[in-house]
Design a protein around this ligand. Sequence first.
Ligand code: CA
Ligand code: CA
Ligand code: CA
Ligand code: CA
Length: 294
Amino acid sequence: MTYSDVQGGYAGTGNINADPLFDDGPAGDFHLRPGSPCIDTGNNSAPSLPATDFEGDSRILDGDNDGVATVDMGADEFRVSNQAPLSPSNVSPSNGAMGISLTPNLRSSAFSDPDAGATHAASQWQVTKASGEYSGLVFDSGSDTSNLTSITVPSGTLTNDTTYYWHVRHQDNRGNWSEWSAETSFTTLAMPLSVTTTPATGISATAAKLNGEVTALGALDFIAVSARGYHSLGLRSDGALWSWGYNYHGQLGLGDTTKRLSPTQVGSDTTWVAVAAGYAHSLGCAPTGLSGPG
Ligand SMILES: [Ca+2]
Ligand SMILES: [Ca+2]
Ligand SMILES: [Ca+2]
Ligand SMILES: [Ca+2]
């Protein structure tokens, strides 16, 4: 006798002595349970191996999900269950998060599957603008075999100051999809209140860098802005005029030629009603007429 599970043990190749983990042995149910030592431990080249087990399951099946089909010991050929993975959950961004970038990294919980040996084969990610409405999608990764538990939404997909809803599902190595995760939402960054000029032909790298350095516009309540090449002007709702940027020609109207990386008020007048920035000069309009700060 070989390749058998014998209580008390028995000499011979492949024989084992272990609880075979029958479903209900005393009641005559000799189905193997998951984890039984009889699964995939038989001998495929045993003489007169039947094509099916006692209940018609074909022999030989891969019962331990390792990719190699090996016959089981005993009357039963264990058939691996083929259940869907557990529904993942949305990990980040956290639900309701604000100020999220336009290329957020979406992250799901880890893959989990009730079947022994199951592995994570693919995920699918979907982003929508309408809660619970996934027919008109903003983004759909499709069946994605590389971004399994996180994905970065590609640039050009999302827009500023918008609330998005998303969900994700996991697929196991047997092709089963989980249920979709419970939807969560996030809101993208508000549109930054900065004036970015499209650099004209010939604009220097210094000017482009300066545009990138300018900060701190958020607190000012500009009702009109004008920008040209190297500098910008902002008109506040109270009639005050502010300028920032490059100042080689004194175009900021501040009485010097020092560049400003954040808005600086031009004088103390609060009578400005319109502004226009030139290439190397600025014009402001007050009710009394035209005046040039720089
Ligand atoms: Ca196997
Ligand atoms: Ca087997
Ligand atoms: Ca069976
Ligand atoms: Ca499974």
